[in-house]
Design a binder for this molecule. Structure first.
Ligand code: WT7
Length: 635
């Protein structure tokens, strides 16, 4: 028997040692005993971080949806697979059983096929958090189409960039979405995006808000009538373990977003195995992750990981503040949630509203709490522990990335003693390393450095869609024979890791990964702007907020600065989305630059954070005189 379910700390260490001593044998055993393969692999792992090339379970054949749905039908057919909680608390929750999910996925897969989608084609999914979203991912996977989910908070420009980058043929969207009291015209955003996407010939539209929308003849079709006619059965397409399952975009520090490519077999094994252990999932649990499926957290820990374990996974359409700030806790009580997984930014926002929203609700069903997306500060950690877990539910602070596909550093509840702000220990099979700036590994405890991973794990992204060179440059070039995460971390005296934040030009705002370059590009499109630089500064709810330094052209200098600020944020909203709006915009005459012309963000970051006691060495600056001026006018 393999160690599929770890129950105490000694077992963790024992399994961990086994997993790193002989990773191939370890993962082979897990894969063999807990998943359904049409054909077993010829080779467990081949890898070369120099190329880079990573292959897990090569030669194996499977379909991930047979693992997430079909194999549960005999034993759990009437169990709820997806529990849908609508935006409006008065609208009834939907319990979608495994049997129903099977039919819904097959129907949609048949509709996709009828519309010419074949194995390997890319399908863009731009939907709110409604059951059709999860069904769409699975329907693509059922026929071997590669899904590319775009978070429905992204703007039309951002959507168009992503559709074109991966050459999607078909888009699944809805007429609109509910967000608290508001409705959002999603179809309008799609229409605008598609003006720039000539490759899309079909748009399937879910009716969610019953709104009057325009349908483009020959391109747009309401989904429901097609589903009504579609067959409930379909044989899943047999995939190779290394066939792409999906593309998911993440921001880089420069240029266009990176379409991270995840493949089928390894991703399935790792997302399922981590889900089982990190949440200590048991058969009758009701698990809820509040993330959106538009992010990797939703892919791995709302859809694939839970369903591969035959779990009940909750999907929530709404927002934590509607109809009031007790909504999360109302849902926990109503559905007797056992595992609750959310973001530090949500915890901080709710903590601010006071415990009275919590106290009205019975949270005694909770067993495990989780956080993800950014470092959790000590205060938020204790608030979560005291008020939600009542000091009785371990908190798993899970560190991972879009690129890693699954959780990498985390406590295992009831095994690993937790420590506030520490993600604690590497998960089974994960070999972290801390590196110094010269490229040497720092051994021993009580140290800090740049976080790398030494050895492949099954769900590592295999490439960046259409740009393997960028994959190599971004992740495998900074340190020899290592995957570089872009994060800094420290290791304490017992070997626990604490993630200290990004060391590159990516800023995490409310748990959203934002690159500085695309935002600066957007700002620079304003006709009055000549140059700009973005940095993050500490924010008590969002973790980080964005601070922009903007140099105006002569034509802009006489303009009203508040109006300019609004216009700049408007452009950012149009190009990227409201999540990338700047909290503060300072107009300045110069930006500190090195002799090679690179902006010294380190200095700008310190000024924006009001931490100017030690600006570090400014002697290498080309224009040191601008620093004082920027400091004098800081907002
Ligand atoms: C970056 C990845 C993983 C899903 C959500 C974000 C930061 C993530 C933690 C954590 C400290 C964290 C890192 C990482 N991050 N989790 N528990 N503690 N930082 O995925 O958008 O790919 O962002 O989020 O900086 O590199 P992502």
């Amino acid at each position: 028997m393999s160690n599929y379910h770890i129950k105490h700390l000694e077992e963790y260490y024992q399994v961990y040692r086994k997993s790193v001593r002989n990773p191939e044998a370890f993962w082979e055993e897990i894969a063999e005993e807990h998943f359904l393969w049409r054909k077993k692999w010829d080779n467990v792992l081949s890898w070369d971080f120099k190329k880079p090339e990573i292959k897990w379970f090569e030669g194996a054949k499977l379909n991930i949806t047979e693992n997430c749905i079909d194999r549960h039908l005999a034993t759990r057919g009437d169990k709820t697979a997806i529990l849908f909680e609508p935006n409006d608390p008065n609208e009834e929750a939907q319990h979608i059983t495994y049997k129903e999910l099977y039919k819904r996925v097959n129907k949609l897969a048949n509709v996709l096929k009828d519309n010419g989608i074949k194995k390997g084609d890319r399908v863009c999914i731009y939907l709110p958090m409604i059951p059709e979203l999860a069904v769409s991912l699975l329907a693509c996977a059922r026929i071997g189409a590669i899904h590319s989910v775009v978070f429905a908070g992204f703007s039309s420009t951002a959507l168009a960039t992503r559709i074109n980058d991966s050459d999607c043929k078909l888009v699944i969207t809805s007429d609109g979405s509910y967000r608290g009291k508001k409705t959002i015209d999603l179809k309008g955003i799609v229409d605008e995006a598609l003006d720039d996407c000539s490759g899309v010939n079909t748009v399937l539209v879910v009716n969610r808000i019953n709104s009057e929308i325009s349908m483009k003849e020959g391109r747009d079709q309401w989904l429901q009538p097609l589903l009504d006619k579609a067959s409930e059965s379909l044989t899943a397409t047999v995939m190779d373990a290394e066939d792409p399952l999906f593309i998911l975009y993440t921001s880089g520090s420069t240029g266009t977003p990176k379409g991270m490519v995840h493949t089928t077999g390894g991703y399935m094994v790792y997302s399922a195995y981590t889900f089982k252990n990190v949440f200590q999932y048991k058969e009758d649990d009701i698990y809820w992750c509040t993330a959106d499926i538009g992010w990797i957290t939703g892919h791995s820990y709302i859809v694939y990981g839970p369903l591969a374990n035959g779990a009940t996974t909750v999907m929530f359409e709404g927002v934590p503040s509607y109809p009031d700030y007790g909504r999360f806790w109302d849902i926990v009580e109503k559905h007797k949630i056992t595992q609750f997984y959310t973001a530090p930014t949500a915890i901080r926002a709710l903590a601010k509203e006071g415990v009275e929203h919590v106290e009205k609700h019975d949270l005694s069903s909770l067993k495990v709490l989780g956080t993800v997306g950014e470092p959790i500060n000590e205060e938020a950690w204790h608030w979560y522990d005291d008020n939600i877990g009542k000091k009785n539910s371990p908190i798993v602070d899970t560190w991972w990335q879009t690129e890693t596909g699954g959780i990498m550093i985390t406590p295992i509840p009831f095994s690993t003693p937790t420590k506030p702000t520490y993600a604690t220990l590497p998960f089974i099979g994960i070999q972290p390393a801390l590196m110094d700036e010269k490229g040497k590994e720092i051994k021993g405890n009580q140290t800090d450095g740049r976080l790398c991973i030494k050895f492949p794990w099954p769900s590592i992204a295999r490439t960046i869609w259409g740009n393997h060179q960028r994959y190599k440059d971004t992740y495998f070039s900074a340190y020899e024979n290592m995957y570089f995460t872009g994060d800094g971390a420290l290791r304490d005296e017992v070997g626990y890791y604490r993630i200290t934040g990004r060391v590159d030009d990516v800023i995490i705002v409310s748990g959203h990964n934002l690159g500085t370059a695309p935002i600066e590009d957007a700002i620079n499109e304003h006709p009055a702007v000549s140059e700009s630089a973005i940095v993050g500064f500490p924010h008590d709810v969002k973790g980080n907020a964005l601070y922009g330094y903007v140099i105006l052209k002569e034509t802009g200098e006489s303009r009203n600065h508040d109006n300019l600020r609004k216009e700049i944020n408007q452009i950012i909203t149009e190009q990227i989305g409201p999540i990338a709006k700047l909290d503060k915009i300072q107009f300045t005459n110069g930006l500190p630059k090195t002799r090679s012309g690179k902006i010294m963000r380190r200095i700008l970051r310190k000024i924006a954070s009001k931490d100017t006691s030690n600006l570090g060495d400014t002697s290498t600056l080309l224009n040191p005189e601008c620093v004082q001026d920027i400091m004098d006018n800081v907002l």
